[in-house]
Design a protein around this ligand. Sequence first.
Ligand SMILES: [Zn+2]
Length: 410
Amino acid sequence: MNGNLVEGAKRVIADLRELAAMTSDENGAQRVAWTPVWQKARDWFAAKAKEAGAEVTVDVAGNTWAKIPGNGPEAVAIGSHLDCVPNGGWLDGALGAVVALEVLRRYGKGTAPRHTLYAVNWADEEGARFGRSLIGSSAASGTLDIAEIIHRVDNLGVKLTDALADHGVKVDELLRAHEQLKEKNIKAFLELHIEQGPVLENMKKDVACVYGITGCERHYITFKGQAAHAGSFPTLMRQDAFLAAAQASLAFKQIALKYDAVCTVGKVSVKPDVVTIVPEECVISLDQRSIDPEALAKMHAEAQAVAAKAASDQGVSVSWEKIWAIAPTIFDERLTKLCQEAVKEESGEATTVYSGPLHDAAEMAKIVPTVMMFAMSERGLSHCKQENTADEALETAIRAFLRLADKVVA
Ligand SMILES: [Zn+2]
């Protein structure tokens, strides 16, 4: 193993700044997947990995793999994503990919580690251009539904198939990435990421072990009433679809508080959407998340009950349509323990949290033992140019992650 943790952490931050300078403009980072700026970031990653002594390949899904052979038959993969949303921040994804380069440097030019080491840059985590997140990692985990993405186009009318082909990726061959992954014999996946929320800052913690990722129930709820004249219809005789949606939405907040979870009504549409007409129809979205599968099921059942009550109170009908659901992910117990140890060694306490957002680690966790670590996010901000973590906090998190990598790789 080469180098010390303090210098390593400083090198990672210097690399992150170098990458940000290359791939940002006055509005933030512009490394949107399948664009020239993203390609520049990928090339930079590959060059840095080669400098560290790694052998670089790209799989059929566009994921970049940098390999340092180990002594044993098993492998450990470490990484995250270099793509970002338009006008994104300098750390989301980049932190986890760039710290993996430092792990390569720790093992690249000395005695071979116990396990083969891979640094991976997953392709298109954000789904910013074509609306499907986790393309590279879900192709590798084998869960990607090709039929669901093959006809997608971006805002400018560019076909997904063409954009990927420009980067050497054939959509109908994406799932071969799963076979390519199996050949690597990976027995652990580690990902460092910024928190993208305010919890750690609120706890005054720089770094935490992440033991899992919340599950999600996502639905559209349609309330149907009767359109009527805003002047002539008495309040108590109305069938106001918006009021039912509003009443239900307030009740969803109570459900979130009861289960220490989150419920979000992010979309609202009212018909006929005219100031002088009592709303006839109101469609809202409901996104419910919890780390506890039983709680998530109860939250969904209670949401249906309070929506039915709101509909009946307002004299309207209600119907549900499922958009998407995913069960909570609980990470590997052994790796979680090692991660807690590493966090404690560096920060004095084994802070442990769960993740609300999805990450590439959620896909990897389906097929290999996985764990994540979070660095705190200032003001919880992410997906914007204000995204930041102060150097000192970032260094603590990076050192803790390098310790975790040593525990698993060496
Ligand atoms: Zn990310």
